[in-house]
Design a protein around this ligand. Sequence first.
Ligand code: ZN
Length: 635
Amino acid sequence: MSKHSFSLLFASIFLLSACSNDSSNSTNALDATSEIETSVLSDRSIKVGIDYHSQSNPEQVLVTHVSLDLTVDFESKTLSGTAELEYNKQNPSADTLILDTKELTINRISNDQGELSFTLDNDGSILGSALRISLPETGNKVLINYTTSPQASGVQWLTPAQTAGGEHPFLFTQAQATHARSFIPLQDSPQVRVTYDATIRTPKDLIAVMSASNDPNAERDGVYEFNMPQAIPSYLIALAVGDLQFKAMGERTGVYAESYILDAAAAEFADTESMLIATEERYGPYSWDRYDLLILPPSFPFGGMENPRLSFITPTVIAGDKSLVSLIAHELAHSWSGNTVTNATWRDLWLNEGFTTYLTYRIMEIVYGTDRYNMEAVLGYQDLEADIERLDSSDQILAIDLRGRDPDDVFSNIPYEKGALFLREIEHAVGRDNFDRFLTEYFKKYAFKSITTDQFITHLSSTLLVEHSDKLNIERVNQWIFEAGIPENAPMPESDAFSLVDTARSNFLDGSLVASDIETNNWTVHQWLYFLNNMPEKLSVENLTSLDESFSLTTSKNNEIAHSWLLISVRNWYEPALPRLYEYLTTIGRNKLVKPLYRELSLTEKGKELGRKAFAQAKPGYHPLTVKANEGFVE
Ligand SMILES: [Zn+2]
């Protein structure tokens, strides 16, 4: 969106919000007017497009560029230096710029005319502290000198011992959803897009990389320059510092990693370039120049993070057989859905994740075939069903109400798999080619914009709902977006490759087939996961032992298979697997893999004791998000 239309929209919204009873400490919408027209089914008190997770005031003063000069200090675990923010006054008489911060120490704020006065709220809420800077009548830049806290929620500092390489310290940031404010004072809302540049000063033996232009041949002199010329939301600003090496995988793709894992990563993800080409052929050109991967230490709390030009990736998917590379397809797909077309608020997260999950399946099908597509879709559907069983109905809604809540606390498969299933239903109704055309147009129309669920519905209403009125209707669309659960007659993924696994499992369970006679030679990792994930809650010691002896499940090197097996082992307190469980919990910090194990352990006293012990040992190396997500299970 051009700055021109931005300011017009903001001006009209300012008038709107002035007469609403909305709290003044929320960021206003790009297009709040759509609420009145379309959001009939959601809670009327939710202001569509209002960012309830930012206290900043872009409708008054809009930050458009951030220029960083930061020194990385592993001793004090701080980033310190300056952020220069360029702004446009949307309201000419505005005299205050409000930014989001979290545990930052603000040393000094100035512009080219001298010092500027400011106040920093003393607020410990999930939103952090609003920083209010008094602006002069003229000028368009402020220079903020600041230092981060060693406990910054968006920065993880690892000692050499806490990395898998073991020799050098490592630092990485994770800004989504609301943690950019813990390392940069800015307007921390996905509807504010900024360009940025940065100078990062590191110890001489380490290099810095960012979600920006990276130079693999940069001289290792401890000073690194970056530029991100495309406007991105703050949650996509990212930095990592470590003893990194680079290896090219294709013309536009490569991998950064510590040397111990560089070759394995480049081999595992060798199909990245093919994925990029396949996605471009279907959904239009890639907008971000290069697409590189950064392999993080095992404590990274997510599978991946779609930081533009440089996705951050957990090493736990390096399995040696490309079985878990759908994660790469997912992060790559975000280059279209998420990074190019962005959710305007965290309520609209499904626009990022549902579209991306849908694209992931499609990319995997193009590169690896329909069998794999079907298997992954079934596993995804089962994850969704499990969440629906577990979650309150209000948390099963795509356009979720997050007011007063930390978006991190509501992480589930709903925006991902339910969002993707909804799009799959539309695809089935209108036909694949028509839907692909629709998506390509959608990515083009909203490129570099941040949009709300209601804007998406309005767009759908004027396109596919008109062109295919015999097959689609708004009631069904609203049911998917605003109601709990999976709508009746939703598409149900199926896989022939899983039917024979079902047969094997039931024959094993009724005793007609012993484990060692199950024909597993040609099974894929997905078939193994399906085999294990659908075992009954309770298994006998004999069954557990024969499975383990026949298939060496306790020592599986595949982190997903190990996860499924360890979950079964906890449920049934299968003691031979417990040392492996302990090792798993203390060497991996990826939340998706450890959280279900801690949750299951918390259900019994002896489980809780083991969980407590593992957690205490692992905690110094866990990311703050992983600590927060699991500490309740070990209290
Ligand atoms: Zn994602």
